[in-house]
Design a protein around this ligand. Sequence first.
Ligand code: TYM
Length: 350
Amino acid sequence: MAHRRALRNERWIDMEETEKKEKKIILSGIQPTGIFTLGNYIGAVKNWKKMQDEYNCAYFIADLHSLTIRQDPAALRKQSLNAFALLLACGIDPEKSLIFIQSHVQTHAELCWVLSCCSQFGELSRMTQFKDKSAKHADNVNAGLFTYPALMAADILLYQADLVPVGIDQKQHLEFTRDIATRFNNVYGNTFKLPEPFIPKAGAKVASLQDPTKKMSKSDENANASIFILDEPNVIINKFKRAVTDSEKEVCFREGKDGINNLMTIYSAVTGKTMEQIELEFAGRGYGDFKLAVGEAVAEELRPIREDFKRYSEDKAYLEQVYRKGAQTAAAISARTMAKVKKKVGLLAL
Ligand code: TYM
């Protein structure tokens, strides 16, 4: 098949030291808790694709993080494989980037434990996502939900990442990662590189189409609130037609126009047009025309992803080959940091 190419992600381990020094390391992950939304795509995955040529990139499916919310085991397995196929369909290329599944690489859980022992109850209690998720799942406020940021810090620090491309909702976890890394380095000597968040200027928080004050989310109960990247074109266009806006008529980016601002941000992210160009394009035309144009542009952007996803998801043998190879490479790279950490904290070498 066209997509069956040689897997050369050993570029990560074998590359010359000089190249390694020149190219920054990028790392990011996404949970397999459902089909990615347009928010995941614009806020994160679209940028991951663009960064592959310039940087050494590592991307993974954060299945361990998903266990913090109760999951149906068979569904989670299927979603993880689908999420992996979606990454490929979104243009993440195993010839250029390291791609793997978090639970396949044991160092993540191992470093998470060490970092949990360096994390304070107070700082973990202040995490917005912990507060939100524990309110939403009040019957299952488990220890994993609480130490979630320590696992995320382990994901990042194991690979000595320079930049972490994420949406704005993950910024606090990145700050936590830097705090933990700094603390560890101060106590045990320089071990971890301090990562910087890489947050896109436009699209860092794509809002719900039904309540533009809220973030677009995979788990929204209102089906019209989120665009899923495998939605059919007519579904996408209809969801945009129903998007909540305001009682004015003018397409312009202004405070208080949350619905229109969100649609303009989405349109800008998929067409590359500036806000001024969009205002000019729709001057004197109503919201109806604008919503249709946004829907059509998004449907067109997502069309190839839908087609490629079908192809990848039908080729289970290829997917397995890619994630096995990814797991091996990720294990080899992360083992270096893990060995240093074990030595520094005083664990007896085997
Ligand atoms: P997750 O799976 O919730 O989301 C994946 C990425 O999508 C971004 N995102 C959005 N961006 C803009 N608008 C939205 N509406 C929107 N919704 C989601 C998120 O900011 C994220 O970048 N904890 C992480 C996964 C993770 C991770 C990591 C990320 C685990 N370990 C290490 C970076 C580095 C999460 O749950 O993302």
